[in-house]
Write a protein that binds this ligand. Structure first.
Ligand SMILES: Cc1cc2nc3c(=O)[nH]c(=O)nc-3n(C[C@H](O)[C@H](O)[C@H](O)COP(=O)(O)OP(=O)(O)OC[C@H]3O[C@@H](n4cnc5c(N)ncnc54)[C@H](O)[C@@H]3O)c2cc1C
Length: 288
C-alpha cells in the first residue's frame, strides 16, 4: 500500500520543529521512528499533508539523571533504552519492557516519545509510565507544560496533546533502591502486541509491601492504573489470598475488546494471570 502524497520537513532544532507545526496547522504530524505512523499512512488511516521529522533534532535524545528523576529525550529509541546502563541500574523495568516490544528492527528506530504519544492502547510503554508515575514535558510555540502520564490518555488514539504540541521528554521519578519490578506480557508470537500485560513496581519493608503500583496494557481504550489493586496489596506479605483479592480488583477495571487476540472475558482473565506473575517476580527481585 502506498501512502497519500505529503510534504516532508526535517528541522534540526525543537524551535524550528515547533515553528513548522504552528505554521502548517492541523494537516501536519510529527514523525518520530515512523513505525506506527507510516503503517497507518499506508493503510490510509492517517493522511497528513505534512510530516515534520524529528530525527534531526539531537536535543530530543538521551538519558540523564536530574535530581531524583531520570529524564529521557522523546527521540531516544527503544534500542537505546535497552542499552542504557543508567536505566538498567535505576529502572530495569524499562529495559525489560523495551525487550518485549516488537523485534530488534523496530526497536532500532521506534522511539519512546512516539510510543507514549501514539495513544494506541496496544503500546507497551504507556502503562509502564503510568505505573512509574512518569510525566511528559510537552512544548508548542506558545509554551511548555507538563502532563502526568496518568492524565494523558483520553481514549484510543486520543491524548491530552493539543495541535502544534510535541512531547520533548519523559521524566520518571526513580523508584526506591531495593525495589522490585516486572513486566509480564502475553502475546501470540514474537513481535505481537499484548493480548494482556501487567507492569508492577513494589518495595518491601520487613517482608511486607511498603509501596506498590500497577499498570495494565491493552485491556481498555487507554492504559490502566490499577490503584485499588495496589492499595489492597500494600501492607500485605503478598500472601495468596490477598493477591487473589487484588487480582480480582484489577480484572474489574478492564474492558478489553473481543478481537483476534481473544474474547474479552479471556483477555480479562489473562490480565489477572499476567498480574499474578508480575507480582511474584517483582517480589522475588525486591530487597527488604
Ligand atoms: C511489526 C511491529 C510490531 C510492533 N509491536 C509493538 C509492540 O509489541 N508494542 C509496542 O508498544 N509497539 C509496537 N510497535 C510500535 C512501535 O513500538 C512504534 O515504534 C511506536 O509505537 C511508535 O514510535 P515511533 O517512534 O515509531 O513513532 P511514529 O510512528 O513516528 O509516531 C507515532 C505517533 O506519535 C506521534 N509522535 C511521535 N513522536 C512524537 C512526539 N515526540 N511528540 C508528539 N507526538 C509524537 C506521531 O505524530 C504519530 O501520531 C510495533 C511496530 C511494528 C511495525
Amino acid at each position: 500500500m502506498i501512502p497519500a502524497a505529503f510534504t516532508y520537513h526535517r528541522p534540526t532544532s525543537v524551535k524550528e520543529a515547533l515553528g513548522l507545526l504552528a505554521q502548517l496547522g492541523g494537516e501536519c504530524r510529527a514523525l518520530a521512528g515512523g513505525h506506527s505512523l507510516i503503517p497507518m499512512m499506508k493503510l490510509r488511516l492517517a493522511t497528513p499533508e505534512h510530516l515534520v521529522d524529528l530525527a534531526g533534532v539531537s536535543e530530543l535524545k538521551g538519558v540523564a539523571v536530574d535530581g531524583g528523576d531520570i529524564v529521557i529525550g522523546a527521540m531516544t529509541t527503544q534500542h537505546e533504552l535497552v542499552a542504557s546502563e543508567l536505566l538498567s541500574t535505576h529502572i530495569p523495568l524499562l529495559r525489560e519492557t523495551s525487550l518485549v516490544i516488537a523485534d530488534p528492527q523496530v526497536r532500532y528506530v521506534g522511539t519512546l516519545g512516539g510510543n507514549v504519544a501514539n495513544g494506541d492502547p496496544g503500546n507497551d510503554m504507556p502503562s509502564v509510565m503510568i505505573c512509574l508515575g512518569a510525566s511528559y514535558q510537552v512544548a508548542s510555540q506558545s509554551g511548555k507544560r507538563r502532563i502526568a502520564a496518568r492524565e494523558f490518555y483520553r481514549g484510543a488514539y486520543l491524548t491530552a496533546l493539543e495541535p502544534g504540541e510535541i512531547v520533548t521528554d519523559i521524566r520518571i521519578p526513580m523508584p526506591p533502591s531495593g525495589h522490585g519490578s516486572a513486566y509480564e506480557k502475553l502475546k501470540r508470537k514474537i513481535g505481537d502486541y499484548a493480548t494482556a500485560a501487567a507492569a508492577v513496581v513494589l518495595s518491601l519493608s520487613g517482608g511486607r509491601v511498603a509501596s506498590c503500583s500497577i499498570g495494565l496494557t491493552n485491556l481498555a481504550e487507554t492504559p490502566l492504573w490499577a490503584e485499588e489493586a495496589a492499595k489492597i496489596l500494600t501492607g500485605s506479605a503478598l500472601d495468596p489470598a490477598t493477591v487473589k483479592k487484588a487480582v480480582a480488583a484489577a480484572e474489574a477495571i478492564t474492558s478489553p475488546a473481543s478481537d483476534a487476540r481473544g474474547p474479552a472475558h479471556y483477555r480479562t482473565k489473562m490480565a489477572g494471570v499476567m498480574l499474578t506473575r508480575a507480582l511474584a517476580r517483582a517480589k522475588e527481585r525486591a530487597r527488604g
